[in-house]
Ligand binder design. Structure first.
Ligand SMILES: NC(=O)c1ccc[n+]([C@@H]2O[C@H](COP(=O)([O-])OP(=O)(O)OC[C@H]3O[C@@H](n4cnc5c(N)ncnc54)[C@H](O)[C@@H]3O)[C@@H](O)[C@H]2O)c1
Length: 299
């Protein structure tokens, strides 16, 4: 199997590269970072030449793990967020249409497409109602995947990732907690009230779920949730994380100010993924123990 991973040097992309290489697949990497490696293509972010990639190689699948995963950035720089989360998907699919119509396309989307309106587990057929430019841009990208399936017969799918964490991650909730803890372990200030809730999934389970979707799901332009199926409040997640910290007396508090564009609750209905045979390997405590070990070794 020959797999192209766009955004190969990022958190999720690099874990996908390691996973598929360990399965002895032929993996070609592509990212905007300046790196010299035989298996690597450097993409020019302002004028990406995806045609070259698809004319030089034949791929079974292209996984798009590129893009920006930052809600605040999308408010500050909506055009740049659109370019990296939406326009790049259009350009990739156009290159596949022109050069390799049999290459499947799996796009990393986000639970941010759902928005802020339900305390019930979100299933894929609920109407999207995003509350940030990031959520809208991910949704537009999903529609482009659907467009290229319906009108040009390409095999596409969007996977809606909820909260991913684990080794290699240098942003978002647990990374921020770790940075603040290292700066001042007596008072780690966290955004919000702590009653917000998310569905957390360890990166090894995310990669395993993507592999299952690739092998078992129809690429018919639709979307599928990737999550654990268990909703955890931020307070519970913080308690679990702090219990694992080296300093047992570390303290945290909540600012009671919500971040703009962050939904209160994102609970996932994962029945569709379960029907494909997915069950998570790690609960939050086990996954965070692995991540904590990585954080401490990294220093
Ligand atoms: N981390 C999460 O919890 C999460 C949740 C939902 C969705 N996602 C989505 O998953 C994807 C990957 O997230 P991540 O956390 O690994 O982010 P990341 O920032 O760690 O990785 C993104 C990678 O994409 C690269 N990149 C940016 N523009 C590119 C381009 N035009 N061409 C090729 N490479 C480019 C970056 O250099 C980086 O290496 C994003 O699309 C994000 O929206 C992530």
């Amino acid at each position: 199997m020959s797999i192209l991973i766009i955004g190969s040097e990022g958190f999720i992309g690099s874990n996908l590269v390691n996973y598929f290489k360990a399965q002895h697949d032929n993996v070609i990497c592509a990212d905007i970072k300046a790196i010299q490696r035989n298996d690597y293509y450097q993409i020019n972010p302002t004028d990406p030449n995806y045609d070259e990639l698809f004319t030089n190689h034949s791929f079974s699948i292209c996984i798009n793990a590129s893009g920006s995963a930052n809600v605040k950035f999308s408010f500050d720089q909506p055009k740049l967020d659109f370019d990296s989360n939406t326009l790049s998907v259009f350009k990739l699919l156009n290159a596949i249409k022109n050069h390799q119509v049999n290459c499947k396309f799996l796009n990393l989307s986000s639970a941010a497409v759902y928005g802020n309106f339900s305390t019930e587990p979100l299933s894929e057929n609920i109407h999207c109602n995003p509350v940030s430019p990031y959520g809208f841009h991910k949704w537009y990208a999903e529609l482009i995947c659907k467009e290229y399936h319906v009108l040009f017969n390409l095999k596409t799918i969007s996977v809606r990732l909820f909260s991913v964490y684990g080794e290699g991650q240098e942003k978002l909730l647990f990374w921020d907690m770790w940075q603040k803890y290292k700066a001042n372990n007596n008072n780690v200030e966290l955004f919000g009230s702590g009653n917000e809730a998310r569905d957390f999934l360890h990166i090894e389970d995310v990669v395993k779920a993507i592999d299952i979707v690739y092998k078992k799901e129809d690429f018919n332009g639709g979307a599928i949730n990737i999550a654990s199926g268990k909703t955890t409040t931020i307070k519970e997640a913080a308690t679990t994380f702090f219990e694992l910290l080296p300093a047992k007396n570390a303290q945290y508090s909540f600012t009671h100010h919500a971040k703009k564009g962050d939904p209160d609750i994102l609970a996932a209905d994962i029945s569709k993924l379960q029907q494909l045979g997915f069950t998570p390997t790690f609960n939050l405590h086990e996954g965070l123990s692995k991540y904590m070990q990585w954080l401490q070794e990294k220093k």
